[in-house]
Design a protein around this ligand. Structure first.
Ligand code: XMP
Length: 507
């Protein structure tokens, strides 16, 4: 799939996987090279915000349309294809955005097979194709778009002016299926097992007889990526787990048990908690905390990585949404809202080639791969845990003592929520320790102790979130246990703020 910069490219790629069709996304400039290298069986040209007449409009090689493989152009992809093949694209008198009805012509051709004669689609375009290239016929039009669906069946080139990938396009799935199976005759036999097999073979080819070093965090992404690399090259994968002192209760032990133990990986645990905590001493400003943690992590990881002199590769659990988030469609960096904590910026003497087996995968697919590889549910279904760890849940000064309180309270929250089965459907559930002390009574004594808040949210992707309404008896149990069992916390609050305006973490 060629990404012309649409925000919907990711969704389009996902739709293909849902049809069990494997796809890789590439930039317009690399498309021809990638199509040849991967021997692509079909191409999809995504939408994009530009006009083909813009000076800086994304350009792909004309050779793409001469490869002889079926192509589906979507929105800008349609316009680029029409323009490239000698058709005419003109600015519309008005931007067409939103719901539109299209009406099929001449039976609708292969692309509209089984689709209603009129059907509702989602449009988003300024320009439109006025004159189609030679060989193309119109298969459907809308009130303001004379060529809403068009194609040249002899060359297997098809195009739609709307977005079949969004659910507002009522029969979008059928239209995509028609292209994938009706036009391209793809098999749709892409399974998790094929992914594992293919990925393992790719890693072997890339790494050859070399070895890979990788930071393992215990999260789903790095765990699954490590397992794939481990399956490909065994002990030539050296995993480094950094204990930064900001982990949850029992987290390090679980990683040791699972990866060093059950999977027999070459796991190196570095206990750097003292170092992190002393670097964080006295720091209260959230972004400074993040910077310090990022810097310390790089230093500790670099030190550990240097001992593997034969390792020229760095394994990473980068997912497709991370790729999209950090690199805009044409290779430029997009604005970052806050500094995210990932391995990057390693010193110059540590130059690695990257091994990123999940670069084209989505989170739910990664989980499926993890299950197929025998990863326990405690890892596969684990809630997201941020790179800077408990630091973003400990506003105010981070001390060993405060972290201990936080860890124990957090453990009560997670255990109780999971025991009640209330974790299903939650995105995250944890405890935040507030930079506040409050007065309480305990028996005959007055106490002056720390305050914590329960944070439990539902979310699809962490970008927006709602606070979760946990059952009262569960909340009561949690509150009781925390104040009774965690000496040093005498008050428990419940965070009932959605995102926006709040964030999920407190920082
Ligand atoms: P916020 O607090 O911004 O968090 O609403 C959104 C989601 O991102 C996670 N998060 C991070 N994950 N590194 C990560 O890997 C980070 O630095 C980081 N900061 C926040 C957070 O847990 C939530 O799921």
């Amino acid at each position: 799939m060629v990404d012309f910069g649409s925000q919907l490219t990711q969704l389009l790629a996902r739709r293909l996987r849902e049809e069990q069709v494997y796809c890789e996304v590439t930039t317009p400039s690399k498309a021809i090279e990638e199509a040849r290298r991967t021997q692509a069986k079909a191409l999809i040209l995504s939408g994009g915000p530009a006009s083909v007449y813009d000076a800086d409009a994304p350009k792909a090689s004309r050779e793409l349309v001469e490869l002889g493989i079926p192509i589906l152009g979507v929105c800008y992809g349609m316009q680029w294809m029409a323009h490239t093949l000698g058709g005419q694209v003109v600015p519309s008198s008005h931007r067409e955005y939103g719901r539109a009805e299209i009406r099929a012509e001449g039976g609708g051709g292969k692309l509209l097979a089984g689709v209603g004669e009129t059907t509702v689609v989602w449009m988003s375009h300024g320009d439109r194709v006025e004159r189609l290239p030679e060989g193309f016929v119109v298969y459907a039009r809308s009130a303001s778009c004379p060529a809403a669906v068009a194609g040249d069946p002899a060359r297997k080139l098809y195009a739609v002016q709307f977005h079949p990938e969004v659910t507002h396009t009522v029969e979008g799935r059928q239209i995509l299926r028609n292209f994938l199976f009706g036009v391209c005759a793809l098999r749709g036999d892409y399974r998790v097992e094929s992914f594992v097999e293919q990925t393992v073979a790719n890693i072997r080819e890339l790494v050859g007889s070399g070895s890979v070093v990788m930071g393992l965090s215990g999260g789903v992404d790095s765990s699954v990526a490590a397992l794939l690399i481990h399956r490909a090259i065994g002990k030539r994968l050296h995993c480094v787990f950094v204990d930064n002192g900001l982990l949850r209760l029992g987290e390090r032990e679980q990683v040791e048990r699972t990866f060093g133990g059950a999977f027999e990986m070459d796991l190196h645990v570095v206990d750097a908690s003292r170092r992190f905590l002393s670097a964080l001493a006295g720091v209260t400003e959230p972004e400074r905390k993040r910077k310090i943690i990022g810097r310390e992590f790089i230093d500790v990881f670099a030190e550990a990585a240097r001992q593997f002199k034969d390792a020229h590769f760095l394994g990473q659990g980068t997912l497709y949404p991370d790729v999209i988030e950090s690199v805009s469609a044409f290779g430029g960096p997009t604005a970052k809202i806050k500094s995210h904590h990932n391995v990057g910026g390693l010193p110059d003497d540590l130059q690695f080639e990257l091994v990123e087996p999940l670069r084209w995968s989505f989170k739910d697919e990664v989980r499926a791969v993890g299950r197929a590889l025998g990863l326990p549910s405690a890892v596969v279904d684990r809630q997201p845990f941020p790179g800077p760890g408990l630091a973003v849940r400990c506003p105010g000064e981070i001390t060993h003592k405060r972290l201990e309180l936080l860890r124990r309270a957090d453990n009560i929250v997670t255990t109780e929520i999971e025991a009640a089965g209330a974790h299903r459907g939650l995105w995250q559930y944890f405890v935040v320790l507030l930079p506040v002390q409050s007065v309480g009574v305990m028996g005959d004594h007055r106490t002056y102790e720390e305050v914590c808040s329960i944070r439990a949210v539902t979310s699809d992707d962490g970008m927006t979130a709602d606070w979760a309404a946990l059952p009262h008896d569960l909340l009561a149990r949690i509150s009781n246990r925390i104040v009774n069992e965690v000496r040093g916390i005498n008050r428990v609050l419940l965070d009932i703020t959605s995102k926006p305006p709040g964030t999920i973490e407190w920082e």
